[in-house]
Ligand binder design. Structure first.
Ligand code: SF4
Length: 395
Protein backbone atom coordinates (compact mmCIF):
# COMPACT_ATOMS: atom_id res chain seq x y z
CA UNK A 1 0.00 0.00 0.00
CA UNK A 2 1.43 3.39 -0.88
CA UNK A 3 1.81 6.32 1.53
CA UNK A 4 -1.46 7.87 0.46
CA UNK A 5 -3.38 4.88 1.78
CA UNK A 6 -1.60 4.32 5.08
CA UNK A 7 -3.99 6.32 7.19
CA UNK A 8 -7.31 4.82 8.18
CA UNK A 9 -10.39 6.14 6.43
CA UNK A 10 -13.99 6.86 7.31
CA UNK A 11 -16.29 4.68 5.21
CA UNK A 12 -19.99 4.21 4.67
CA UNK A 13 -21.18 0.96 3.17
CA UNK A 14 -24.62 1.09 1.53
CA UNK A 15 -25.33 -2.63 1.63
CA UNK A 16 -28.68 -2.42 -0.14
CA UNK A 17 -31.09 0.01 -1.77
CA UNK A 18 -34.06 -2.15 -0.68
CA UNK A 19 -36.19 -0.48 1.98
CA UNK A 20 -39.47 -1.38 3.67
CA UNK A 21 -40.22 2.12 5.01
CA UNK A 22 -42.09 4.79 3.03
CA UNK A 23 -40.56 8.00 4.32
CA UNK A 24 -41.93 11.26 2.99
CA UNK A 25 -38.44 12.74 2.51
CA UNK A 26 -36.81 9.80 0.73
CA UNK A 27 -37.95 7.92 -2.35
CA UNK A 28 -35.33 5.21 -2.15
CA UNK A 29 -38.05 2.62 -1.40
CA UNK A 30 -39.30 3.16 -4.95
CA UNK A 31 -35.89 2.31 -6.40
CA UNK A 32 -34.55 -0.90 -4.84
CA UNK A 33 -31.42 -2.77 -5.87
CA UNK A 34 -31.60 -6.40 -6.96
CA UNK A 35 -30.37 -8.66 -4.14
CA UNK A 36 -28.06 -10.62 -6.46
CA UNK A 37 -26.28 -7.40 -7.48
CA UNK A 38 -25.67 -6.13 -3.94
CA UNK A 39 -22.18 -5.76 -2.55
CA UNK A 40 -20.59 -9.13 -1.84
CA UNK A 41 -18.32 -10.30 0.96
CA UNK A 42 -15.57 -10.60 -1.63
CA UNK A 43 -15.84 -6.87 -2.42
CA UNK A 44 -16.11 -5.95 1.26
CA UNK A 45 -12.85 -7.80 1.91
CA UNK A 46 -11.16 -5.37 -0.51
CA UNK A 47 -12.08 -2.27 1.54
CA UNK A 48 -9.22 -0.38 3.24
CA UNK A 49 -8.61 -0.11 7.01
CA UNK A 50 -11.12 2.30 8.57
CA UNK A 51 -11.36 4.10 11.89
CA UNK A 52 -15.13 4.31 11.46
CA UNK A 53 -17.67 2.48 9.32
CA UNK A 54 -21.32 3.27 8.93
CA UNK A 55 -23.48 0.50 7.51
CA UNK A 56 -26.61 1.85 5.92
CA UNK A 57 -29.18 1.29 3.18
CA UNK A 58 -31.99 1.20 2.18
CA UNK A 59 -32.71 -0.86 5.25
CA UNK A 60 -29.55 -2.88 5.98
CA UNK A 61 -31.33 -5.56 7.99
CA UNK A 62 -33.23 -6.62 4.87
CA UNK A 63 -30.00 -8.35 3.94
CA UNK A 64 -30.05 -11.82 5.42
CA UNK A 65 -26.25 -12.01 5.38
CA UNK A 66 -25.70 -8.79 7.35
CA UNK A 67 -23.99 -10.76 10.12
CA UNK A 68 -21.33 -12.01 7.73
CA UNK A 69 -20.86 -8.47 6.40
CA UNK A 70 -20.34 -7.13 9.93
CA UNK A 71 -17.96 -10.01 10.68
CA UNK A 72 -15.81 -8.97 7.69
CA UNK A 73 -16.00 -5.26 8.48
CA UNK A 74 -15.01 -5.88 12.10
CA UNK A 75 -11.65 -7.09 10.81
CA UNK A 76 -10.90 -3.74 9.22
CA UNK A 77 -12.78 -1.11 11.18
CA UNK A 78 -12.22 0.29 14.67
CA UNK A 79 -15.85 1.24 15.12
CA UNK A 80 -19.06 0.23 13.33
CA UNK A 81 -22.45 1.93 13.53
CA UNK A 82 -25.52 0.57 11.72
CA UNK A 83 -28.32 2.95 10.68
CA UNK A 84 -31.68 1.20 10.59
CA UNK A 85 -35.41 1.83 10.78
CA UNK A 86 -35.58 -0.71 13.62
CA UNK A 87 -38.31 -2.82 12.03
CA UNK A 88 -36.49 -6.16 12.12
CA UNK A 89 -36.21 -6.33 15.90
CA UNK A 90 -35.21 -10.00 16.10
CA UNK A 91 -32.48 -9.62 13.49
CA UNK A 92 -31.08 -6.55 15.23
CA UNK A 93 -31.09 -8.22 18.65
CA UNK A 94 -29.52 -11.35 17.21
CA UNK A 95 -26.73 -9.39 15.52
CA UNK A 96 -26.05 -7.38 18.67
CA UNK A 97 -25.66 -10.57 20.69
CA UNK A 98 -22.65 -11.44 18.56
CA UNK A 99 -21.35 -7.84 18.30
CA UNK A 100 -22.21 -6.03 21.54
CA UNK A 101 -19.67 -3.29 20.85
CA UNK A 102 -21.20 -2.01 17.60
CA UNK A 103 -23.45 1.06 17.46
CA UNK A 104 -27.10 1.04 16.39
CA UNK A 105 -28.97 4.18 15.31
CA UNK A 106 -32.69 3.76 14.83
CA UNK A 107 -34.44 6.43 12.79
CA UNK A 108 -37.41 7.76 14.70
CA UNK A 109 -38.97 10.83 13.16
CA UNK A 110 -40.93 12.13 16.13
CA UNK A 111 -43.41 10.97 18.73
CA UNK A 112 -45.68 8.08 17.76
CA UNK A 113 -48.23 9.74 15.45
CA UNK A 114 -45.67 11.97 13.72
CA UNK A 115 -43.18 9.17 13.25
CA UNK A 116 -45.72 6.76 11.79
CA UNK A 117 -47.06 9.42 9.41
CA UNK A 118 -43.57 10.29 8.13
CA UNK A 119 -42.14 6.77 7.93
CA UNK A 120 -45.18 4.93 6.68
CA UNK A 121 -44.14 1.83 8.62
CA UNK A 122 -46.92 -0.05 10.34
CA UNK A 123 -46.46 0.43 14.09
CA UNK A 124 -43.03 1.87 13.24
CA UNK A 125 -42.62 3.95 16.40
CA UNK A 126 -43.39 1.11 18.77
CA UNK A 127 -41.21 -1.30 16.86
CA UNK A 128 -38.27 1.12 16.84
CA UNK A 129 -38.74 2.05 20.46
CA UNK A 130 -39.12 -1.58 21.57
CA UNK A 131 -35.98 -2.51 19.66
CA UNK A 132 -34.04 0.26 21.40
CA UNK A 133 -35.32 -0.81 24.81
CA UNK A 134 -34.30 -4.40 24.14
CA UNK A 135 -30.82 -3.30 23.13
CA UNK A 136 -30.43 -1.20 26.27
CA UNK A 137 -31.66 -4.12 28.40
CA UNK A 138 -28.99 -6.29 26.74
CA UNK A 139 -26.36 -3.84 27.95
CA UNK A 140 -25.57 -2.33 24.54
CA UNK A 141 -23.73 0.92 25.11
CA UNK A 142 -23.80 2.61 21.73
CA UNK A 143 -27.46 2.85 20.78
CA UNK A 144 -29.60 5.82 19.94
CA UNK A 145 -32.19 7.65 17.90
CA UNK A 146 -31.68 9.37 14.58
CA UNK A 147 -34.18 12.05 13.57
CA UNK A 148 -34.48 13.98 10.31
CA UNK A 149 -36.04 17.31 11.23
CA UNK A 150 -38.60 18.92 8.91
CA UNK A 151 -41.58 21.28 9.29
CA UNK A 152 -44.04 18.57 10.32
CA UNK A 153 -41.94 16.98 13.09
CA UNK A 154 -39.86 19.84 14.48
CA UNK A 155 -42.10 20.26 17.54
CA UNK A 156 -41.16 16.73 18.58
CA UNK A 157 -37.44 17.45 18.48
CA UNK A 158 -36.89 18.34 22.14
CA UNK A 159 -39.47 15.85 23.52
CA UNK A 160 -37.74 13.06 21.58
CA UNK A 161 -34.33 14.23 22.77
CA UNK A 162 -35.60 14.07 26.35
CA UNK A 163 -36.84 10.51 25.88
CA UNK A 164 -33.47 9.47 24.49
CA UNK A 165 -31.67 11.28 27.31
CA UNK A 166 -33.75 9.54 29.98
CA UNK A 167 -32.91 6.20 28.36
CA UNK A 168 -29.21 7.16 28.33
CA UNK A 169 -29.08 7.06 24.54
CA UNK A 170 -27.40 8.96 21.76
CA UNK A 171 -29.54 11.42 19.80
CA UNK A 172 -28.47 12.15 16.24
CA UNK A 173 -30.17 14.83 14.17
CA UNK A 174 -30.31 15.71 10.48
CA UNK A 175 -32.46 17.87 8.27
CA UNK A 176 -33.82 17.51 4.75
CA UNK A 177 -31.35 16.89 1.91
CA UNK A 178 -31.78 16.25 -1.79
CA UNK A 179 -29.64 13.87 -3.81
CA UNK A 180 -29.57 10.84 -6.09
CA UNK A 181 -29.20 8.73 -2.93
CA UNK A 182 -32.52 9.95 -1.53
CA UNK A 183 -34.01 9.88 -5.07
CA UNK A 184 -35.38 13.27 -4.20
CA UNK A 185 -34.95 16.88 -5.29
CA UNK A 186 -37.97 18.57 -3.71
CA UNK A 187 -37.05 18.50 -0.03
CA UNK A 188 -37.04 21.92 1.59
CA UNK A 189 -37.84 23.50 4.95
CA UNK A 190 -40.78 25.86 4.46
CA UNK A 191 -41.00 27.67 7.78
CA UNK A 192 -37.35 28.24 8.58
CA UNK A 193 -37.79 30.36 11.74
CA UNK A 194 -40.15 27.76 13.25
CA UNK A 195 -37.72 24.90 12.65
CA UNK A 196 -34.70 26.99 13.72
CA UNK A 197 -36.49 27.81 16.98
CA UNK A 198 -36.76 24.11 17.79
CA UNK A 199 -33.07 23.62 16.99
CA UNK A 200 -32.30 26.56 19.28
CA UNK A 201 -34.24 24.84 22.09
CA UNK A 202 -32.35 21.60 21.50
CA UNK A 203 -28.99 23.42 21.42
CA UNK A 204 -29.74 24.97 24.81
CA UNK A 205 -30.69 21.57 26.22
CA UNK A 206 -27.43 20.12 24.95
CA UNK A 207 -25.30 23.03 26.19
CA UNK A 208 -26.85 22.79 29.64
CA UNK A 209 -25.73 19.16 30.01
CA UNK A 210 -22.46 18.03 31.59
CA UNK A 211 -21.40 16.05 28.56
CA UNK A 212 -18.69 17.50 26.27
CA UNK A 213 -19.98 15.18 23.54
CA UNK A 214 -23.39 16.92 23.76
CA UNK A 215 -21.76 20.35 23.61
CA UNK A 216 -20.22 19.36 20.29
CA UNK A 217 -23.60 18.03 19.20
CA UNK A 218 -24.92 21.51 20.00
CA UNK A 219 -22.43 22.91 17.49
CA UNK A 220 -23.62 20.38 14.89
CA UNK A 221 -27.22 21.54 15.42
CA UNK A 222 -26.08 25.17 15.18
CA UNK A 223 -24.72 24.14 11.75
CA UNK A 224 -28.14 22.71 10.88
CA UNK A 225 -29.74 26.15 11.43
CA UNK A 226 -27.13 27.57 9.09
CA UNK A 227 -27.91 24.78 6.59
CA UNK A 228 -31.68 25.20 6.55
CA UNK A 229 -31.13 28.88 5.75
CA UNK A 230 -29.19 27.63 2.67
CA UNK A 231 -25.88 29.12 3.78
CA UNK A 232 -22.30 28.06 3.10
CA UNK A 233 -21.12 25.16 5.28
CA UNK A 234 -19.49 26.19 8.55
CA UNK A 235 -16.64 23.75 7.88
CA UNK A 236 -14.94 22.65 4.64
CA UNK A 237 -16.13 19.44 3.05
CA UNK A 238 -13.31 16.92 2.54
CA UNK A 239 -15.36 13.97 1.36
CA UNK A 240 -13.40 11.64 -0.97
CA UNK A 241 -10.07 12.70 0.57
CA UNK A 242 -10.22 10.58 3.72
CA UNK A 243 -13.87 9.56 3.59
CA UNK A 244 -15.85 7.49 1.11
CA UNK A 245 -19.20 5.84 0.43
CA UNK A 246 -19.58 2.57 -1.41
CA UNK A 247 -22.94 1.70 -2.97
CA UNK A 248 -24.58 -1.73 -3.40
CA UNK A 249 -22.95 -2.08 -6.85
CA UNK A 250 -19.40 -1.59 -5.54
CA UNK A 251 -19.20 1.97 -6.90
CA UNK A 252 -17.09 4.16 -4.61
CA UNK A 253 -18.39 7.70 -4.23
CA UNK A 254 -17.40 10.76 -2.22
CA UNK A 255 -20.69 11.03 -0.34
CA UNK A 256 -24.45 10.64 -0.59
CA UNK A 257 -25.22 14.33 -1.09
CA UNK A 258 -24.45 14.88 -4.75
CA UNK A 259 -27.16 15.52 -7.31
CA UNK A 260 -25.86 12.87 -9.71
CA UNK A 261 -23.97 9.79 -8.65
CA UNK A 262 -20.23 10.62 -8.70
CA UNK A 263 -18.04 7.56 -9.15
CA UNK A 264 -14.36 7.28 -8.20
CA UNK A 265 -14.12 3.66 -9.31
CA UNK A 266 -15.66 0.24 -8.82
CA UNK A 267 -14.41 -2.11 -6.13
CA UNK A 268 -15.96 -5.20 -7.72
CA UNK A 269 -13.61 -4.72 -10.66
CA UNK A 270 -10.64 -2.83 -9.22
CA UNK A 271 -8.34 -3.11 -6.22
CA UNK A 272 -8.69 -0.41 -3.55
CA UNK A 273 -5.25 1.06 -4.35
CA UNK A 274 -6.00 1.25 -8.04
CA UNK A 275 -9.38 2.87 -7.44
CA UNK A 276 -8.34 5.33 -4.72
CA UNK A 277 -5.34 6.58 -6.73
CA UNK A 278 -7.11 6.66 -10.10
CA UNK A 279 -7.64 9.61 -12.43
CA UNK A 280 -11.39 9.24 -11.90
CA UNK A 281 -10.92 9.58 -8.13
CA UNK A 282 -8.87 12.75 -8.66
CA UNK A 283 -11.57 14.17 -10.93
CA UNK A 284 -14.19 13.55 -8.24
CA UNK A 285 -11.93 15.19 -5.62
CA UNK A 286 -11.63 18.27 -7.81
CA UNK A 287 -15.45 18.41 -8.01
CA UNK A 288 -15.73 18.09 -4.22
CA UNK A 289 -13.39 21.08 -3.85
CA UNK A 290 -15.89 23.16 -5.82
CA UNK A 291 -19.08 21.56 -4.56
CA UNK A 292 -21.72 24.11 -3.64
CA UNK A 293 -24.38 21.83 -2.17
CA UNK A 294 -23.36 22.73 1.39
CA UNK A 295 -24.74 19.57 2.97
CA UNK A 296 -24.69 19.30 6.74
CA UNK A 297 -25.07 15.57 7.40
CA UNK A 298 -23.22 13.79 10.16
CA UNK A 299 -21.37 11.63 7.59
CA UNK A 300 -19.58 14.64 6.11
CA UNK A 301 -19.56 16.88 9.18
CA UNK A 302 -18.21 14.47 11.79
CA UNK A 303 -14.86 13.98 9.95
CA UNK A 304 -14.67 17.77 9.40
CA UNK A 305 -15.37 18.44 13.09
CA UNK A 306 -12.47 16.15 14.01
CA UNK A 307 -10.16 17.66 11.42
CA UNK A 308 -10.97 21.31 12.15
CA UNK A 309 -11.60 20.67 15.84
CA UNK A 310 -10.62 24.21 16.92
CA UNK A 311 -13.67 25.67 15.14
CA UNK A 312 -16.33 23.74 17.10
CA UNK A 313 -14.11 23.80 20.21
CA UNK A 314 -13.96 27.62 20.23
CA UNK A 315 -17.71 27.78 19.62
CA UNK A 316 -18.31 25.43 22.57
CA UNK A 317 -15.95 27.38 24.88
CA UNK A 318 -17.62 30.66 23.97
CA UNK A 319 -21.12 29.35 24.58
CA UNK A 320 -20.25 27.58 27.81
CA UNK A 321 -18.53 30.78 29.01
CA UNK A 322 -21.55 32.93 28.09
CA UNK A 323 -23.86 30.49 29.80
CA UNK A 324 -21.85 30.14 32.96
CA UNK A 325 -20.63 33.70 33.56
CA UNK A 326 -23.25 35.81 31.78
CA UNK A 327 -26.28 33.53 32.12
CA UNK A 328 -26.75 33.95 28.37
CA UNK A 329 -28.36 31.19 26.37
CA UNK A 330 -27.68 30.35 22.75
CA UNK A 331 -29.90 32.26 20.35
CA UNK A 332 -30.59 31.39 16.71
CA UNK A 333 -30.25 35.13 16.00
CA UNK A 334 -26.49 34.76 16.50
CA UNK A 335 -26.63 33.70 12.87
CA UNK A 336 -26.61 36.81 10.69
CA UNK A 337 -28.84 35.19 8.08
CA UNK A 338 -31.53 34.45 10.70
CA UNK A 339 -31.51 38.12 11.72
CA UNK A 340 -31.55 39.26 8.10
CA UNK A 341 -34.54 37.05 7.36
CA UNK A 342 -36.39 38.29 10.45
CA UNK A 343 -35.63 41.88 9.44
CA UNK A 344 -36.86 41.39 5.88
CA UNK A 345 -33.42 41.92 4.32
CA UNK A 346 -33.65 38.57 2.58
CA UNK A 347 -36.74 36.84 1.26
CA UNK A 348 -37.94 33.25 1.49
CA UNK A 349 -37.74 33.01 -2.31
CA UNK A 350 -34.08 34.08 -2.27
CA UNK A 351 -33.22 31.42 0.33
CA UNK A 352 -35.22 28.77 -1.54
CA UNK A 353 -33.23 29.59 -4.68
CA UNK A 354 -29.94 29.00 -2.80
CA UNK A 355 -31.09 25.59 -1.55
CA UNK A 356 -30.67 22.27 -3.36
CA UNK A 357 -34.44 21.99 -3.81
CA UNK A 358 -35.23 21.84 -7.52
CA UNK A 359 -38.87 21.24 -8.37
CA UNK A 360 -38.07 20.55 -12.03
CA UNK A 361 -35.10 18.24 -11.56
CA UNK A 362 -35.09 14.80 -13.10
CA UNK A 363 -33.73 12.65 -10.33
CA UNK A 364 -31.09 10.07 -11.11
CA UNK A 365 -31.67 7.17 -8.72
CA UNK A 366 -28.19 5.64 -9.13
CA UNK A 367 -29.62 2.20 -9.95
CA UNK A 368 -27.88 -0.24 -12.24
CA UNK A 369 -29.56 -1.03 -15.54
CA UNK A 370 -30.58 -4.47 -14.26
CA UNK A 371 -32.08 -3.13 -11.05
CA UNK A 372 -34.03 -0.54 -13.01
CA UNK A 373 -35.37 -3.17 -15.41
CA UNK A 374 -37.28 -4.90 -12.60
CA UNK A 375 -39.33 -1.69 -12.20
CA UNK A 376 -40.81 -2.11 -15.69
CA UNK A 377 -43.81 -4.14 -14.50
CA UNK A 378 -43.72 -3.75 -10.69
CA UNK A 379 -43.25 -0.90 -8.26
CA UNK A 380 -40.32 -0.83 -5.84
CA UNK A 381 -42.77 -1.29 -2.96
CA UNK A 382 -44.27 -4.43 -4.52
CA UNK A 383 -40.84 -5.90 -5.16
CA UNK A 384 -39.57 -5.32 -1.62
CA UNK A 385 -42.83 -6.38 0.07
CA UNK A 386 -42.75 -9.69 -1.85
CA UNK A 387 -39.07 -10.07 -1.01
CA UNK A 388 -39.70 -9.61 2.73
CA UNK A 389 -42.75 -11.90 2.66
CA UNK A 390 -40.55 -14.59 1.11
CA UNK A 391 -37.86 -14.06 3.76
CA UNK A 392 -40.45 -14.33 6.54
CA UNK A 393 -41.76 -17.64 5.13
CA UNK A 394 -38.26 -19.07 5.31
CA UNK A 395 -37.68 -17.84 8.87
S1 SF4 B 1 -21.02 19.38 0.18
FE1 SF4 B 1 -19.71 17.59 0.49
S2 SF4 B 1 -21.12 16.00 1.22
FE2 SF4 B 1 -22.37 17.59 0.20
S3 SF4 B 1 -22.58 16.91 -1.95
FE3 SF4 B 1 -20.83 18.31 -1.80
S4 SF4 B 1 -19.09 16.92 -1.55
FE4 SF4 B 1 -20.90 15.77 -1.01
Amino acid sequence: MNQKNEKKLNGTVIVTYRCNARCNMCNRYKAPSRPEEEISLETIRKLPPMYFTNITGGEPFIREDLKEIVRELKKKSDRIVISTNGFFTDRIVDLCKEFPDIGIRISIEGLEATNNAIRGLEDGYNRGYTTLQKLVAMGMKDVGFGMTVQDCNCKDLVPLYKISDEMGMEFATASLHNSFYFVEAKNIIHDRPMVAQEFENLINELLSSNSPKKWFRAYFNHGLINYIYSQKRLLPCDMSFDTFFIDPYGDVMPCNGTKEKEVMGNLNRQSWEELWNSKEAETVRAKVRHCDRNCWMIGSVSPAMHKYIWVPALWVIRHKFLRFFKKKKYSMYENKIVRDYRDGKVTKEALDRCSTCDLHAIVNDGLSQRSREQLADKTGEEIVDADIAEQMKKA
